[in-house]
Design a protein around this ligand. Sequence first.
Ligand SMILES: [Fe+2]
Length: 351
Amino acid sequence: MSARLSAEQTIRLTPEETKALWEAASDLTRSEDVAELDADGVTELACALTPAFPTRLLRALHRHRRGAGHDALLVSGLLPADQEWGPGPRGSAEPLTGPAQAAALCLLGVSLQLGEPFTFSTFYSGRLVQHVVPVPSMEHTQTSESSSGMLDWHVEDGFSPDRCDHFGLLCLRGEAAAHTRFVSARDLELPDEVREVLSRPVFLMEPDTAHEMADRSPTATAVLWGPAEAPEICYDAHYLGPAGRPDGEEARALRRLAAELDAKRVEHALAPGELLLLDNRRTVHARTPFQARNDGTDRWLLRTMICSSLPRFREHGVRVWPSPHGAVGAGRYGGTGAAPHGATTSGDGAR
Ligand SMILES: [Fe+2]
Protein backbone atom coordinates (compact mmCIF):
# COMPACT_ATOMS: atom_id res chain seq x y z
CA MET A 1 0.00 0.00 0.00
CA SER A 2 1.53 3.30 -1.04
CA ALA A 3 1.31 6.60 0.82
CA ARG A 4 0.28 9.91 -0.67
CA LEU A 5 1.98 13.29 -0.58
CA SER A 6 1.32 15.02 2.74
CA ALA A 7 -0.16 18.49 3.17
CA GLU A 8 3.33 19.74 4.14
CA GLN A 9 4.66 18.46 0.81
CA THR A 10 2.04 20.30 -1.26
CA ILE A 11 1.41 23.93 -2.12
CA ARG A 12 -1.44 25.04 -4.38
CA LEU A 13 -1.53 28.34 -6.24
CA THR A 14 -4.89 30.10 -6.41
CA PRO A 15 -6.44 30.57 -9.88
CA GLU A 16 -5.54 34.26 -9.69
CA GLU A 17 -1.91 33.45 -8.85
CA THR A 18 -1.72 30.91 -11.68
CA LYS A 19 -3.17 33.42 -14.14
CA ALA A 20 -0.78 36.21 -13.11
CA LEU A 21 2.26 33.91 -13.38
CA TRP A 22 1.17 32.54 -16.75
CA GLU A 23 0.64 36.03 -18.15
CA ALA A 24 4.10 37.08 -16.94
CA ALA A 25 5.72 34.00 -18.51
CA SER A 26 3.80 34.41 -21.77
CA ASP A 27 4.84 38.07 -21.95
CA LEU A 28 8.48 37.02 -21.72
CA THR A 29 8.11 34.57 -24.60
CA ARG A 30 6.54 37.31 -26.72
CA SER A 31 9.65 39.43 -26.25
CA GLU A 32 12.19 36.62 -26.79
CA ASP A 33 12.18 33.28 -28.64
CA VAL A 34 13.31 30.81 -25.97
CA ALA A 35 14.47 28.36 -28.66
CA GLU A 36 16.98 30.95 -29.88
CA LEU A 37 18.56 31.48 -26.46
CA ASP A 38 21.45 29.50 -25.03
CA ALA A 39 21.22 27.86 -21.61
CA ASP A 40 22.45 30.98 -19.78
CA GLY A 41 20.15 33.23 -21.79
CA VAL A 42 17.00 31.25 -21.03
CA THR A 43 17.93 30.99 -17.35
CA GLU A 44 18.45 34.73 -17.14
CA LEU A 45 15.10 35.30 -18.83
CA ALA A 46 13.43 33.04 -16.25
CA CYS A 47 14.88 35.19 -13.43
CA ALA A 48 12.40 37.86 -14.44
CA LEU A 49 9.52 35.67 -13.23
CA THR A 50 10.48 35.88 -9.57
CA PRO A 51 8.22 38.88 -8.80
CA ALA A 52 5.25 36.90 -10.17
CA PHE A 53 5.67 34.10 -7.59
CA PRO A 54 3.38 34.27 -4.55
CA THR A 55 5.27 34.90 -1.32
CA ARG A 56 4.10 31.63 0.23
CA LEU A 57 5.52 29.73 -2.78
CA LEU A 58 8.88 31.44 -2.30
CA ARG A 59 8.81 30.53 1.39
CA ALA A 60 7.92 26.90 0.64
CA LEU A 61 10.75 26.70 -1.90
CA HIS A 62 13.17 28.09 0.63
CA ARG A 63 12.14 25.46 3.19
CA HIS A 64 12.66 22.81 0.52
CA ARG A 65 16.08 24.21 -0.42
CA ARG A 66 17.42 24.15 3.12
CA GLY A 67 16.25 20.58 3.60
CA ALA A 68 13.80 21.38 6.36
CA GLY A 69 10.83 19.77 4.66
CA HIS A 70 10.14 16.28 3.48
CA ASP A 71 12.53 16.10 0.53
CA ALA A 72 9.66 16.52 -1.94
CA LEU A 73 7.46 19.47 -2.84
CA LEU A 74 4.46 19.42 -5.15
CA VAL A 75 3.45 22.79 -6.58
CA SER A 76 -0.10 22.65 -7.92
CA GLY A 77 -1.40 25.25 -10.34
CA LEU A 78 2.00 26.41 -11.56
CA LEU A 79 0.46 26.31 -15.05
CA PRO A 80 -3.17 26.73 -16.12
CA ALA A 81 -4.73 23.24 -16.05
CA ASP A 82 -6.83 23.97 -19.15
CA GLN A 83 -3.97 25.23 -21.34
CA GLU A 84 -3.86 23.69 -24.83
CA TRP A 85 -0.32 22.50 -25.55
CA GLY A 86 -0.71 21.07 -29.06
CA PRO A 87 0.98 17.85 -30.21
CA GLY A 88 3.73 16.61 -27.91
CA PRO A 89 7.36 16.32 -29.04
CA ARG A 90 8.72 13.04 -30.41
CA GLY A 91 11.82 13.00 -28.28
CA SER A 92 13.45 14.34 -25.14
CA ALA A 93 15.82 16.72 -26.94
CA GLU A 94 13.38 18.50 -29.27
CA PRO A 95 13.45 22.30 -29.04
CA LEU A 96 10.83 24.11 -26.99
CA THR A 97 8.05 25.61 -29.11
CA GLY A 98 4.68 27.30 -28.57
CA PRO A 99 3.32 27.63 -25.04
CA ALA A 100 5.83 25.03 -23.78
CA GLN A 101 8.37 27.88 -23.89
CA ALA A 102 6.44 29.80 -21.21
CA ALA A 103 6.05 26.57 -19.21
CA ALA A 104 9.82 26.04 -19.36
CA LEU A 105 10.36 29.54 -18.00
CA CYS A 106 8.03 28.76 -15.08
CA LEU A 107 10.01 25.58 -14.38
CA LEU A 108 13.35 27.40 -14.53
CA GLY A 109 12.03 30.31 -12.46
CA VAL A 110 11.07 27.96 -9.65
CA SER A 111 14.31 25.99 -10.04
CA LEU A 112 16.34 29.16 -9.55
CA GLN A 113 14.98 29.36 -6.01
CA LEU A 114 16.79 26.07 -5.27
CA GLY A 115 20.07 26.72 -7.08
CA GLU A 116 21.38 26.87 -10.62
CA PRO A 117 19.69 24.86 -13.40
CA PHE A 118 22.27 22.85 -15.36
CA THR A 119 22.67 19.75 -17.48
CA PHE A 120 25.30 17.51 -19.06
CA SER A 121 26.26 17.73 -22.74
CA THR A 122 26.02 13.93 -22.91
CA PHE A 123 22.37 13.97 -21.84
CA TYR A 124 19.70 14.54 -24.51
CA SER A 125 21.87 16.85 -26.62
CA GLY A 126 22.63 19.08 -23.66
CA ARG A 127 19.13 20.57 -23.51
CA LEU A 128 18.71 22.50 -20.28
CA VAL A 129 15.00 21.66 -20.22
CA GLN A 130 14.22 18.19 -21.53
CA HIS A 131 10.90 16.74 -22.58
CA VAL A 132 9.77 13.64 -20.72
CA VAL A 133 7.64 11.81 -23.27
CA PRO A 134 7.28 8.17 -24.30
CA VAL A 135 9.32 7.36 -27.38
CA PRO A 136 8.63 4.43 -29.75
CA SER A 137 11.16 1.57 -29.36
CA MET A 138 12.14 2.87 -25.88
CA GLU A 139 9.10 1.43 -24.07
CA HIS A 140 11.06 -0.99 -21.88
CA THR A 141 14.27 0.97 -21.34
CA GLN A 142 15.33 2.31 -17.95
CA THR A 143 15.06 5.89 -19.20
CA SER A 144 12.41 8.59 -19.00
CA GLU A 145 11.49 7.75 -22.62
CA SER A 146 10.04 4.42 -21.42
CA SER A 147 6.32 3.72 -21.03
CA SER A 148 4.95 0.15 -20.90
CA GLY A 149 7.92 -0.99 -18.80
CA MET A 150 8.37 -0.07 -15.14
CA LEU A 151 10.97 2.65 -14.62
CA ASP A 152 12.54 1.18 -11.49
CA TRP A 153 13.97 2.84 -8.38
CA HIS A 154 16.86 5.18 -9.11
CA VAL A 155 18.39 8.54 -8.41
CA GLU A 156 19.24 10.83 -11.30
CA ASP A 157 22.79 10.09 -12.55
CA GLY A 158 23.85 8.11 -9.52
CA PHE A 159 27.14 7.22 -11.24
CA SER A 160 28.18 10.86 -11.19
CA PRO A 161 29.49 12.75 -8.17
CA ASP A 162 28.19 15.81 -10.01
CA ARG A 163 24.62 14.53 -10.19
CA CYS A 164 21.93 17.09 -9.52
CA ASP A 165 20.96 18.06 -5.98
CA HIS A 166 17.33 18.61 -6.99
CA PHE A 167 15.26 18.11 -10.11
CA GLY A 168 11.83 19.22 -11.22
CA LEU A 169 9.13 17.46 -13.25
CA LEU A 170 6.51 19.87 -14.62
CA CYS A 171 3.40 18.22 -16.03
CA LEU A 172 1.86 19.64 -19.19
CA ARG A 173 -0.23 16.54 -19.97
CA GLY A 174 -0.99 13.82 -17.45
CA GLU A 175 -1.52 10.07 -17.65
CA ALA A 176 -3.62 8.38 -14.98
CA ALA A 177 -1.63 5.13 -15.02
CA ALA A 178 1.78 6.80 -14.75
CA HIS A 179 2.40 7.16 -11.03
CA THR A 180 5.61 8.83 -9.93
CA ARG A 181 6.92 7.07 -6.83
CA PHE A 182 9.48 8.32 -4.37
CA VAL A 183 10.89 7.47 -0.96
CA SER A 184 12.84 9.75 1.36
CA ALA A 185 15.95 8.10 2.79
CA ARG A 186 14.97 9.44 6.22
CA ASP A 187 11.81 7.31 6.13
CA LEU A 188 13.67 4.03 5.61
CA GLU A 189 13.59 1.63 8.54
CA LEU A 190 16.57 -0.70 8.33
CA PRO A 191 18.58 -2.67 10.88
CA ASP A 192 21.82 -1.00 11.97
CA GLU A 193 23.90 -3.79 10.45
CA VAL A 194 22.26 -3.26 7.05
CA ARG A 195 22.88 0.50 7.29
CA GLU A 196 26.52 -0.15 8.12
CA VAL A 197 26.99 -2.31 5.02
CA LEU A 198 25.18 0.22 2.80
CA SER A 199 27.39 3.04 4.12
CA ARG A 200 30.54 1.42 2.72
CA PRO A 201 31.74 3.24 -0.46
CA VAL A 202 32.33 -0.01 -2.30
CA PHE A 203 29.21 -0.42 -4.44
CA LEU A 204 29.61 0.08 -8.18
CA MET A 205 27.31 2.30 -10.23
CA GLU A 206 27.39 2.25 -14.04
CA PRO A 207 26.24 5.13 -16.27
CA ASP A 208 22.69 4.75 -17.55
CA THR A 209 21.94 4.60 -21.25
CA ALA A 210 20.37 8.06 -21.41
CA HIS A 211 23.94 9.42 -21.54
CA GLU A 212 25.85 9.28 -24.81
CA MET A 213 29.42 8.91 -23.61
CA ALA A 214 32.46 6.82 -24.43
CA ASP A 215 33.64 6.31 -20.84
CA ARG A 216 31.10 3.97 -19.28
CA SER A 217 33.30 2.86 -16.42
CA PRO A 218 31.50 2.36 -13.11
CA THR A 219 31.88 4.62 -10.12
CA ALA A 220 32.37 3.44 -6.55
CA THR A 221 29.80 4.76 -4.12
CA ALA A 222 28.13 4.20 -0.80
CA VAL A 223 24.38 3.67 -0.95
CA LEU A 224 23.07 5.12 2.31
CA TRP A 225 25.01 7.33 4.68
CA GLY A 226 24.87 10.42 6.85
CA PRO A 227 22.95 11.45 9.96
CA ALA A 228 19.80 9.49 10.79
CA GLU A 229 17.61 12.58 10.59
CA ALA A 230 18.82 13.49 7.09
CA PRO A 231 20.64 10.61 5.39
CA GLU A 232 21.73 10.70 1.76
CA ILE A 233 21.07 7.91 -0.69
CA CYS A 234 22.54 6.81 -4.03
CA TYR A 235 20.68 3.85 -5.48
CA ASP A 236 19.67 2.34 -8.81
CA ALA A 237 17.81 -0.96 -9.17
CA HIS A 238 19.54 -1.70 -12.49
CA TYR A 239 22.88 0.10 -12.63
CA LEU A 240 24.09 -0.36 -9.06
CA GLY A 241 25.70 -3.60 -7.94
CA PRO A 242 27.53 -5.04 -4.96
CA ALA A 243 31.29 -4.97 -5.16
CA GLY A 244 31.50 -8.42 -3.60
CA ARG A 245 29.89 -11.78 -4.30
CA PRO A 246 26.25 -11.87 -5.49
CA ASP A 247 25.35 -13.81 -2.34
CA GLY A 248 27.49 -11.66 -0.03
CA GLU A 249 26.39 -9.23 2.68
CA GLU A 250 26.44 -6.26 0.31
CA ALA A 251 24.04 -8.01 -2.09
CA ARG A 252 21.79 -8.98 0.82
CA ALA A 253 21.77 -5.39 2.09
CA LEU A 254 20.73 -4.16 -1.35
CA ARG A 255 17.85 -6.65 -1.45
CA ARG A 256 16.73 -5.52 2.01
CA LEU A 257 16.84 -1.89 0.86
CA ALA A 258 14.84 -2.66 -2.30
CA ALA A 259 12.06 -4.24 -0.24
CA GLU A 260 12.01 -1.27 2.12
CA LEU A 261 11.76 1.17 -0.80
CA ASP A 262 8.67 -0.67 -2.05
CA ALA A 263 7.17 -0.64 1.43
CA LYS A 264 7.72 3.07 2.10
CA ARG A 265 6.81 4.43 -1.33
CA VAL A 266 4.82 7.61 -1.79
CA GLU A 267 2.92 7.69 -5.06
CA HIS A 268 1.39 10.46 -7.18
CA ALA A 269 0.07 10.69 -10.75
CA LEU A 270 1.11 14.13 -11.95
CA ALA A 271 -1.76 16.27 -13.27
CA PRO A 272 -1.52 19.18 -15.74
CA GLY A 273 0.05 22.26 -14.18
CA GLU A 274 1.70 20.36 -11.32
CA LEU A 275 5.42 20.57 -10.60
CA LEU A 276 7.09 17.88 -8.48
CA LEU A 277 10.44 18.86 -6.97
CA LEU A 278 12.55 16.04 -5.54
CA ASP A 279 15.78 16.22 -3.55
CA ASN A 280 18.05 13.93 -5.58
CA ARG A 281 20.49 13.44 -2.69
CA ARG A 282 17.85 12.32 -0.23
CA THR A 283 15.19 10.54 -2.28
CA VAL A 284 14.89 7.66 -4.71
CA HIS A 285 12.18 7.68 -7.38
CA ALA A 286 10.45 5.46 -9.93
CA ARG A 287 7.50 5.50 -12.37
CA THR A 288 4.80 2.91 -12.98
CA PRO A 289 4.09 1.58 -16.50
CA PHE A 290 1.57 3.16 -18.86
CA GLN A 291 0.48 2.62 -22.43
CA ALA A 292 1.78 5.13 -24.97
CA ARG A 293 -0.46 6.08 -27.89
CA ASN A 294 2.32 7.70 -29.95
CA ASP A 295 -0.16 10.08 -31.52
CA GLY A 296 1.03 13.37 -30.01
CA THR A 297 -1.38 13.18 -27.05
CA ASP A 298 0.80 11.19 -24.64
CA ARG A 299 1.98 12.13 -21.15
CA TRP A 300 4.26 15.15 -21.42
CA LEU A 301 6.49 16.57 -18.70
CA LEU A 302 9.32 19.09 -18.72
CA ARG A 303 12.37 18.33 -16.58
CA THR A 304 15.39 20.26 -15.42
CA MET A 305 18.21 19.52 -12.97
CA ILE A 306 19.51 21.87 -10.30
CA CYS A 307 22.91 22.31 -8.66
CA SER A 308 22.39 23.82 -5.21
CA SER A 309 26.10 24.38 -4.56
CA LEU A 310 27.20 27.67 -6.09
CA PRO A 311 30.92 26.87 -5.67
CA ARG A 312 30.43 23.54 -7.47
CA PHE A 313 28.42 25.20 -10.23
CA ARG A 314 31.03 27.91 -10.70
CA GLU A 315 33.81 25.34 -10.74
CA HIS A 316 32.42 23.99 -13.99
CA GLY A 317 32.37 27.45 -15.54
CA VAL A 318 29.48 26.66 -17.89
CA ARG A 319 25.82 25.66 -17.50
CA VAL A 320 26.09 22.59 -19.75
CA TRP A 321 28.71 20.39 -18.10
CA PRO A 322 30.85 18.39 -20.52
CA SER A 323 31.20 15.14 -18.58
CA PRO A 324 29.20 13.55 -15.79
CA HIS A 325 32.32 11.58 -14.90
CA GLY A 326 33.70 14.87 -13.68
CA ALA A 327 36.36 16.31 -15.99
CA VAL A 328 36.68 19.20 -13.59
CA GLY A 329 36.57 16.92 -10.61
CA ALA A 330 39.12 14.37 -11.83
CA GLY A 331 41.78 15.87 -9.63
CA ARG A 332 39.51 15.80 -6.63
CA TYR A 333 39.19 12.04 -6.91
CA GLY A 334 42.76 11.26 -7.85
CA GLY A 335 42.07 11.37 -11.57
CA THR A 336 40.71 7.86 -11.71
CA GLY A 337 37.14 8.82 -12.47
CA ALA A 338 36.19 6.49 -9.65
CA ALA A 339 34.82 8.72 -6.95
CA PRO A 340 34.04 7.21 -3.57
CA HIS A 341 31.37 9.87 -3.35
CA GLY A 342 29.45 8.24 -0.59
CA ALA A 343 32.25 9.39 1.63
CA THR A 344 31.52 13.02 0.78
CA THR A 345 28.46 15.16 1.40
CA SER A 346 26.51 17.27 -1.03
CA GLY A 347 26.50 20.35 1.16
CA ASP A 348 27.34 23.71 -0.30
CA GLY A 349 31.02 23.79 -1.06
CA ALA A 350 31.62 20.47 0.64
CA ARG A 351 33.18 18.99 -2.42
FE1 LIG B 1 14.47 9.71 -12.95
